[in-house]
Write a protein that binds this ligand. Sequence first.
Ligand code: E4P
Length: 215
Amino acid sequence: MLIYLDSANLDDVKAAADLGVLDGVTTNPTLIAKERVDYGKRLADICQIVKGPVSAEVIATEAKAMLIEGRERAKIAPNIVVKLPCTIEGLKACKAFSDEGTKTNMTLCFQTLQALMVAKAGAFLVSPFIGRLDDIGEDGMELIRTIRAVYDNYGIKTQILAASVRHTNHLLHCALAGADVATCPLSVIKDTMKHPLTDIGLERFLADYKAAFPG
Ligand code: E4P
């Protein structure tokens, strides 16, 4: 499973890239709003650090305007992926972008049929939001499983990008469900390498060594 960072914060991007296992980055208008920086400039800075896919979400809500905005974003760097909502207008824009060879990430996916339709329109990535479904008492992971099953039925190549990942248990179950990619905050990426027994074990190894070879 590929791991993307879900952030528009440059320090987070640098820290995640330094780990050596970062495959891409996703941004969204909320993440950019938190940074209070120019969206285009920040995307260019992220693309300097990360060579994998970097998702740039459009603000426009109508297909024609999405195309204009997305084309501008796509000029920023060759690894920009235009992020569009799973709406009727987003679907039209997705088809137009895929016809002209621009990769898309179809976001705000909350039902399997949205994922089927955007795949038909040539989406490169589809982003089912696990955490937000869990928040309203549904089972977000079930959406990953059903999209996986439908995509496998038809040999669909659109990659399933699990989004709205809140903790490592989400990440583990994304991998078990066959998500192609998971995008998560830096804290979740770091948490994958934490276990109290690792810390205790390391402490003991070092203490034993020091006791045997003082100085
Ligand atoms: C990523 O592409 C999504 O925009 C992001 O994961 C949404 O996460 P949230 O539900 O925590 O806002």
